[in-house]
Design a protein around this ligand. Sequence first.
Ligand SMILES: [Zn+2]
Length: 269
Amino acid sequence: MWKRVEKGKVIYYTLPEWSAHGAQVIMSTRAGGVSKAPYDQLNLGLHVGDASEAVIANRRLLLAANRWREEDFVSAQQVHGNRVLYVGAPDRGCGFYDYESAIKDTDGLFTAEQGVLIATFYADCLPLALFHPTLKLLGLAHAGWQGTYRNIAAALIGAMQAKHDFDPQELWAATGAAIGPCCYQVDADFYQRFLKRYSEAALWFSAAEEGKYYFDNEKANVALLQQAGVKKENISVLGLCTACHDDLFFSYRKGAGKTGRHGLWGALI
Ligand SMILES: [Zn+2]
């Protein structure tokens, strides 16, 4: 279960049960940083038009709150695909000070090494974390609708299994804050596309005005995780809508594309 933590003005969510078993994972909020509007306050994204110095200062605030080190940080240039990559000690430092040095074209990162901090970024897309508590494998993935359409949840599980074989029933999973079905209106083409791709997809939509639907990306990913073998009782859902709570999270839709990024960061401890 997610737990809200406040350290000074910085607010984030963490998974105490995961920490007790060796994985420290945090879902940040926009509270407590130094960025100015429209990136206020704790923007962690270097690629959104904010001042780099502010982003780096914000990242350091989050590191300090978790006793993490910037030299251990590994991030990727996320492209709404489903490529997942193993990262270890040699990858440390990628993307902390500049976006160009982040790993290219990758939306999922996983590690089996202590002291490697994997970092992913969001504004409405669904943050997804997977942890194998005995094999000590930790993975994070960025699931926007395109990632969901390409089933990045299953791609991450498959990549982790290729590293160390295991039964997905043994995995723990968590989803962070994302735009909810209350605020995520899509058109009929979008709806039809998902119906063609997934037989159960109708369950992930509700009717809106004529020819429009509301998409529940969290529900879709919980279903895809279960389809891949993850047990429902092992999935922790934060269940907060980024657009409804745009005082606490960044929302790409609510901010009309001009906003910051919160993070899902994690490391084996
Ligand atoms: Zn909402």
